[in-house]
Design a protein around this ligand. Structure first.
Ligand code: HEC
Ligand code: HEC
Length: 382
């Protein structure tokens, strides 16, 4: 596994290198450089290799799924399902996450304080067994690697990316992480508004923004900053800093007993600390209009339902095994306590959330499938 203790400090980067990184990572001047792993600094060649792998069905053991099967560019790299299905047909526990601005996250997945680098996280979809995602395991890893080692197109890409040209699983992971670090989304109308172009938002969207940032609604406490989540770090932060930003927003309270559904209790399942029951990382709200359904389990279908959830101060589940009053969840954040909102204000807030869509992200050819129709990477017979 790639060692991840070393983190690149800005101090080690010359201005020229910083400029090169900015262009490789598609970053506007207005945002800070993300934190990078010193052993895996992105290069154009690694990014090209990672993009090829991200879209290649041969990266799953049975050749039916690629990363892109659950992370679609046109949906801001989510999949539109409540919960995704893995390559062998098992339903995952969670809703697929959007893959934008990943370099700025202090930790990965909906609820983990242990996965602190992208390199570490990427092993999960490759290797996960309960449930299976791409289905790589000790028995088939060598065979799957050989698919790439023996392929002339990949031989050329590995040779361009690494001096000795040798494929390995660590390099596959490093290249995937490099590609993911280039998927940055800072080109919504809201960004233009922040850059001083007041007319980029309509009056209605500006009213929604004011509500979002108000002490009545409190959204900004958890969903603000450059990436629209307060779970944020960048290259200016000290390397060891991993801010602990996890909350319960009162989605569940099974049997009013102070627990989340047994299948997924958030951070608690990792730490077993009672105060971590039902805690999740606040998702970025960038491109949120495209990432339905919402929450870690996709249980809220629309933004309208999400706002009703917050206005009530939690979700009340009336029937079934998850029934209970989320408003009374003991770990629920005190910023989620409910508020009154007129229908017009609700429409304003939704209009603001819609303004966070970055159209250029959805169509940027640099993030698109590089493989032509009929290519074996797309699962067609050679
Ligand atoms: C079967 C569907 C599926 C496949 C295939 C898949 N993912 Fe995901 N991905 C998910 C789900 C679901 C999550 C949320 C996981 C969690 O919270 O436990 C996720 C989360 C992530 C995250 C964390 C994002 C964040 O905000 O913390 C990254 C990074 C990621 N996936 C990258 C990849 C890469 C790279 C691949 C291919 C090697 C891949 N995924 C394959 C469904 C999938
Ligand atoms: C105390 C922190 C906190 C506050 C305040 C808060 N949120 Fe959240 N938000 C979260 C967390 C944590 C989640 C994920 C919860 C889960 O999946 O169980 C979330 C999820 C969401 C989602 C789902 C996004 C997705 O990709 O699935 C939306 C939309 C959202 N919040 C909007 C808002 C709005 C609008 C407000 C203000 C009315 C708000 N939030 C206030 C922490 C917060």
């Amino acid at each position: 596994m790639i060692r991840t203790a070393l983190v690149l400090c800005l101090a080690l980067v010359t201005p020229g290198q910083a400029q090169d990184l900015r262009s490789i990572l598609h970053l506007p001047e207005a945002v800070a450089l993300p934190r990078l792993q010193e052993e895996n600094v992105p290069t154009a060649e690694k990014v090209a290799l990672g993009r090829a792998l991200f879209y290649d069905l041969r990266l799953s053991a049975n050749g039916t799924q690629a990363c892109a099967s659950c992370h679609h560019q046109e949906l801001a790299f989510t999949d539109g399902l409540a919960r995704s299905t893995g390559s062998t047909g098992h339903m995952l526990l969670r809703n697929s996450q959007g893959l934008v601005n990943l370099g700025y996250l202090p930790n990965y997945t909906w609820a983990s304080n242990a996965l602190v680098s992208l390199e570490d996280q990427i092993h999960v979809p490759l290797r996960n067994e309960r449930p299976v995602e791409l289905g790589i395991n000790d028995a088939n890893a060598a065979e799957v690697l050989a698919r790439f080692a023996e392929d002339p197109e990949y031989q050329a890409m590995f040779a361009a990316a690494y001096p000795d040209g040798q494929p390995s699983w660590n390099r596959i992971v490093g290249a995937l992480a490099s590609f993911l670090r280039t998927i940055n989304s800072f080109d919504s109308r809201f960004d233009r508004y922040l850059a001083g172009q007041t007319s980029a938002l309509t009056d209605q969207e500006r009213r929604g923004l004011a509500l979002f940032n108000s002490e009545r609604l409190e959204c900004f406490h958890c969903h603000s900053g450059p990436t629209m989540t307060t779970a944020y770090v960048d290259a200016n932060d000290p390397p060891g800093k991993h801010p602990f930003v996890f909350f319960s927003n009162g989605l569940y309270n099974v049997g009013n007993a102070g627990t989340y559904p047994e299948e997924d209790r958030g951070l608690y399942d990792l730490t077993l600390k009672p105060r971590h029951m039902g805690l999740f990382r606040p998702p970025s709200l960038r491109n949120v209009a495209l990432t339905a359904p919402y929450m870690h389990d996709g249980s809220l279908a629309t933004l309208d339902q999400v706002i009703t959830h917050y206005a009530q101060g939690g979700t009340v589940t009336t029937e079934g095994p998850k029934a209970g009053d989320g408003r009374l969840m003991p770990t629920r954040s005190s910023f989620v306590r409910g508020f009154a909102l007129t229908p017009a204000e609700k429409a304003d807030l939704i209009a603001f959330l819609d303004s966070l869509t970055d159209e250029s992200l959805l169509t940027n050819p640099a993030y698109a499938n590089p493989w032509p129709e009929g290519h074996p990477a797309r699962g067609e017979a050679p």
